[in-house]
Write a protein that binds this ligand. Structure first.
Ligand SMILES: [Zn+2]
Length: 447
């Protein structure tokens, strides 16, 4: 049984539109998301495959769905297709169309989640259903997981499942968002594969002072004034540039030309070169090669006429592969200088960076399959500065990548601006390409 492009397009568009209309908005509260609406839709869609579908509810409404095609050889590697079903909130004012209507307009399907990542969740399901109905009997097991709560911390989704239902979801190889948008180069399109994620170290810096009457500020110990200096030093701090292997292979693979390639991979000059780059690329290049420090919240003061004795500054710090809390604390000491002794640093969320090797049987299979679907293409490894559910699986021992395929219509800039942004939409050709990727990859990897 083969699927033609028209059939894939019809099924993928219909399923994706349903997932968008379910409006599984995750605002970070445990009561939000309500992904069970989309597990209902997916269970119905996969219901005629004859496979057992398992549903796991971490708390009311926060439900994930697992479907499996068991392999014939227990020693063969297994593979998981994982897509999340929740989406981030929208600001309706910024949209040209209803973000939850799932409208198909001129070959593009509009709506929150169209590229993050209901497109992949839907196309993985379309390919999985086709594989099951066509009697695919792989050596290694193929698992499909539609997972809740990716857009917050994974507490009610991937983390819950790995902690409580590991046998149901664990696989040797995992594929999830994101990547695969075509980056043009002189030797054909390069397709980024996310092989790692930066870590996070969120902390509270508590600045102490001495209370007093604000009518006599001279020579007072004002915690707010000290906090302002703490924030300024963090903003001015220049952590060392670190050109890691993933970054070097990405730059060399995409090939920005000899001059840019050299500047983008030189630890001595990259920071200054970032000052001259277009803003989007500059931020990416900087974040991929530096630990970043972003002060984001400040709380302090009690009354207009009281010198404050306590101010809290929250800082979002993002770490590179291999860095630990010891490295972060050293950098904070460098950044704050003599003020370090006058503040308390309390980390409240530590999440080390994770990565998988960019050489594996799955990498080779993705390269073989995608080069047939996108002419002259080649894979390049990439480090994402955000976080995805891949981190839980890497920590559990899986090799996990972020990948998918997009048509030439959807370039990196479009993709980056729509991710959590306004007017999110995906073209139908991209849905067809991704569906074919999942189908062909299952045959190549597990066949
Ligand atoms: Zn996502």
């Amino acid at each position: 049984m083969t699927l033609d492009d028209k059939q894939i397009a019809d099924e993928a568009v219909d399923l994706l539109a349903h997932l968008i209309r379910n409006e599984c908005v995750n605002d970070g509260t445990p009561e939000s998301g309500f992904e069970s609406r989309s597990t209902d839709v997916l269970a119905q869609y996969l219901g005629d495959t004859g496979l057992d579908l398992e549903r796991y509810e971490a708390r009311p409404g926060r439900e994930s769905l697992v479907a499996r095609i068991e392999g014939s050889d227990p020693s063969a590697p297994s593979m998981l297709y994982m897509g999340h079903t929740d989406v981030v909130p929208v600001n309706v004012d910024g949209w040209q169309r209803d973000p939850f209507a799932g409208e198909l307009v001129d070959g593009e399907l509009w709506g929150r989640g169209a590229v993050d990542m209901l497109n992949l969740t839907a196309t993985m399901a379309v390919a999985f259903r086709h594989l099951a109905k066509s009697g695919f009997t792989p050596r290694g097991t193929l698992i499909y997981l539609a997972v809740a709560d990716e857009e917050n911390l994974g507490t009610w989704g991937a983390e819950h499942l790995l902690n409580n239902e590991r046998d149901a979801v664990y696989a040797d190889f995992v594929i999830t968002e994101a990547g695969g948008f075509q980056m043009p180069s002189s030797t054909g399109p390069k397709l980024p594969v996310i092989v790692g994620e930066k870590g996070s170290y969120w902390c509270r810096i508590t600045v102490h002072g001495t209370p007093g009457h604000a009518s006599q500020p001279f020579r007072t110990d004002n915690a707010l004034v000290t906090a302002a200096e703490v924030v300024r030093r963090l903003a001015d701090f220049r952590p060392p540039t670190h050109i890691h292997d993933t970054w070097r292979r990405f730059i060399e693979g995409v090939d920005f030309g000899p001059d840019w390639n050299a500047k983008l991979t030189d630890e001595a000059t990259l920071h200054d070169f970032c000052e001259q780059l277009p803003i989007g690329l500059a931020r990416q290049a900087h974040a991929c090669t530096h630990t970043t420090f972003a002060p984001t919240i400040i709380h302090g003061g009690t009354k207009t006429n009281v010198i404050p004795d306590l101010v809290d500054v929250e800082v979002d710090i993002r770490t590179l592969p291999g860095q630990t809390s010891v490295d972060v604390e050293k950098m904070l000491a460098d950044a704050l200088g003599d003020l370090r002794a006058h503040v308390d640093v309390t980390p409240f969320d530590e999440n080390p960076s994770t990565s998988s090797p960019a050489d594996s049987p799955m990498w080779d299979a993705m390269a073989r399959v995608s080069s047939k679907l996108v002419d002259d293409s080649a894979l390049v490894p990439f480090l994402t500065v955000g976080a995805t559910d891949a981190r839980f699986f890497r920590r559990a021992g899986s090799i996990a990548y972020g990948f998918g395929l997009f048509s030439r219509k959807l370039g990196f800039d479009d993709y980056a601006s729509m991710f959590h942004g306004n007017d999110e939409r995906v073209d139908v050709d991209s849905l067809v390409l991704s569906t074919r990727l999942w189908d062909d990859l299952a045959h190549d990897m597990l066949g």
